[in-house]
Design a binder for this molecule. Structure first.
Ligand code: CUA
Length: 177
């Protein structure tokens, strides 16, 4: 009787069967296809947020946002200023534990440059239901060029865990006719 500890019969030196070879070929072609799709989808897909960014010190960015709020403030909601910048302008917005600041009001059909950054830790900028998602890091500013096509209130939520108040880090973006 063979010992239960004896290794099973080795077969690695036998030629691979037709079925195995076929699956290896299918897997190889699939790898090539997926690899090719990365650059192709980057160029052809319409889901890419225009990538433009620059570096800045968080305190300097805070000053920039405060000056922007001061200039175009039109109201306030739950302690957060509502700002309505003129069409075509640069818009400044920061995330910090645990709020987005300020609430921005934009107009349909006008193009804006949205500068977004963080003052403290990493946050996730997630605009819903458009599903625009960006990682927001202190020291780096993302510039998103947007032209709203539909009026309404869009939810802005933080989708990167940033601390105990992460779940209350919600705001909105208002688009009017
Ligand atoms: Cu900010 Cu989670």
């Amino acid at each position: 009787m063979a010992s239960p500890l004896a290794p099973p019969e080795r077969v690695w030196w036998k030629p691979a069967g037709l079925l195995e070879k076929t699956w290896v070929r299918i897997a190889f072609v699939w790898c090539l296809f997926l690899t090719a799709m990365m650059p192709i989808w980057f160029l052809m897909g319409k889901q890419n947020v225009p990538g433009e960014s620059y570096r800045i010190d968080p305190p300097a960015f805070r000053e920039r946002v405060m000056a922007f709020v001061e200039q175009y403030r039109v109201g306030e909601e739950q302690g957060i200023p509502v700002v309505e910048p003129p069409p075509g302008s640069d818009v400044y917005l920061f995330g910090r534990m645990f709020q987005w600041y300020p609430i921005v009001k934009l107009k349909v059909g006008e193009t804006y440059r949205l500068h977004v950054s963080s003052l403290d830790v990493q946050h996730g900028f997630s605009l819903q239901p458009l599903n625009i998602n960006l990682q927001i890091l202190p020291g780096y500013v993302h510039v998103i060029t947007v032209t709203p096509t539909r009026a309404g209130e869009y939810s802005l939520v933080c989708n990167e865990y940033c601390g105990l108040g992460h779940h209350i880090m919600v705001s909105k973006l208002i688009v009017t006719e």
